[in-house]
Design a protein around this ligand. Structure first.
Ligand SMILES: [Fe+2]
Length: 393
């Protein structure tokens, strides 16, 4: 059972990915015991215990000062023992990189990133929020997508879709001193929209909140929640990053661009002429860009699975046949499975289908160099989840 199945049992992973992710919020309540992946973690049984273990591992906390005027009024890096004292005085705490404190959280984070189909370049992290009774966070939106599991105590949330700005790339809070109209060139509300959803998260509740959605929170009682957040890499980032790399391969594009300031008119004219010539060659090249090349190049330059020593073999009795869009898998039990995949990945699975012994992750990458290493890794993990491959330890 995946972490998404554990979080949203009434929806299930498949429907969550089809109907909610990444656009719509969802909340499921239920017993904490359904989170098998969070079983036997003593650090999460008690707020004090959690902070003590943070202290032992040298992980610090961020503390919201009592006026709660957002990020301008915080203590950024306080040791967890002192943070506990401030929590007891009524302040909110935020502990980043919880996967450094609790190893099993790292595994959940890695799998969740993979199941959500996110690039290795995504900033994926885990956080714990510890809130006393009373107001916790004023109205704001975040630029990250957030998965919340309420572990201890109750916390009230109000949330609503953002009708003013879709897919924001930066966080915004109403308490920030005025809003920057050059960044957000529309009127923004100062109160939670009337159609906002009110929900009280209690131990065992799970929530997904898309990036950009308005929300505020209030502690009903002292509480602790575990959060997984993911930065959201837009199409523009893939395009800009790959184009920058491609341009920088050419000495003409690496020339110094000068002449923007200063009083020499001919320098400015020269700058514009050179830029114009470069734009013309670029416009010629841009027509040849293919989506699959851009995505592979982006992953190749941002992914970081290279060097990992994974070794796999096919499960006994598994055969794989291919047609143009599918891999047909037959298991020794007689069961069959059809997996849809892209033409690129079909060549990778074709190579895998011919292997009878053990093979290394790197062998697959070498045999199908047109697929990025993170892409190969995701395919191998998918085949492992489907019991087609086993990882040889
Ligand atoms: Fe938030």
């Amino acid at each position: 059972m995946s972490f998404l199945d554990e979080c949203f049992p009434k929806v299930g992973e498949e429907k969550f990915l089809k109907s909610y992710w990444p656009e719509r919020a969802v909340v499921n309540h239920g017993p904490m015991s359904r989170f098998l992946s969070l079983e036997n973690i003593p650090e999460l049984e008690d707020i004090e215990e959690f902070l003590k273990s943070c202290n032992r591992k040298g992980v610090n906390a961020q503390v919201d000062l009592p006026d709660k005027r957002d990020e301008h009024h915080r203590i950024e890096n306080l040791n967890a023992n002192d943070a506990l004292k401030l929590f007891n005085l009524g302040m909110n705490l935020r502990i980043a990189r919880v996967h450094d404190v609790i190893p099993s959280v790292r595994e959940i984070l890695r799998k969740l990133e993979h199941d959500l189909g996110l690039s290795e370049a995504t900033g994926a992290t885990s956080l714990v929020y510890i809130s006393p009774k009373g107001k916790a966070a004023g109205m704001h939106w975040d630029a990250n997508a957030n998965f919340v599991v309420q572990i201890l105590g109750k916390k009230k949330w109000r949330f609503a879709p953002n009708k003013s700005i879709k897919y924001p790339l930066r966080r915004y809070a109403v308490s920030m001193n005025g809003h920057d109209v050059s960044r957000w060139p529309v009127e923004l509300p100062k109160k939670m929209p009337q159609e906002s959803t009110n929900v009280i998260l209690k131990p065992g509740s799970a929530m997904y909140l898309p990036r950009g959605w308005w929300h505020d929170t209030e502690g009903v009682e002292p509480s602790l929640s575990l959060n997984f957040t993911f930065t959201q890499i837009p199409f523009s980032e893939i395009m800009a990053s790959v184009i920058r790399q491609r341009l920088n391969r050419h000495e003409q594009w690496r020339q110094l661009a000068f002449g923007m300031t200063g009083s020499h008119l001919n320098q400015r004219q020269k700058l514009e002429k050179t830029m114009n010539d470069l734009i013309q060659t670029f416009l010629g090249d841009i027509g040849t860009l293919k989506a699959s090349d851009l995505i592979n190049e982006f992953e190749r330059s941002h992914g970081s699975v290279a060097g990992q020593d994974f070794k796999f073999r096919k499960e006994k009795g598994v055969t794989i046949d291919l047609n143009r869009t599918k891999a047909m898998v037959r298991f020794s039990s007689g069961n069959e499975l059809a997996i849809d995949m892209s033409a690129e990945l079909l060549t990778t699975i074709s190579w895998i289908s011919k292997q009878n012994g053990e093979f290394m992750f790197k062998d697959v990458c070498d045999a199908t160099p047109h697929v990025s290493e993170p892409g190969v890794y995701r395919l191998l993990k998918k085949l492992e989840d489907a019991k087609i491959l086993v990882e040889v330890k």
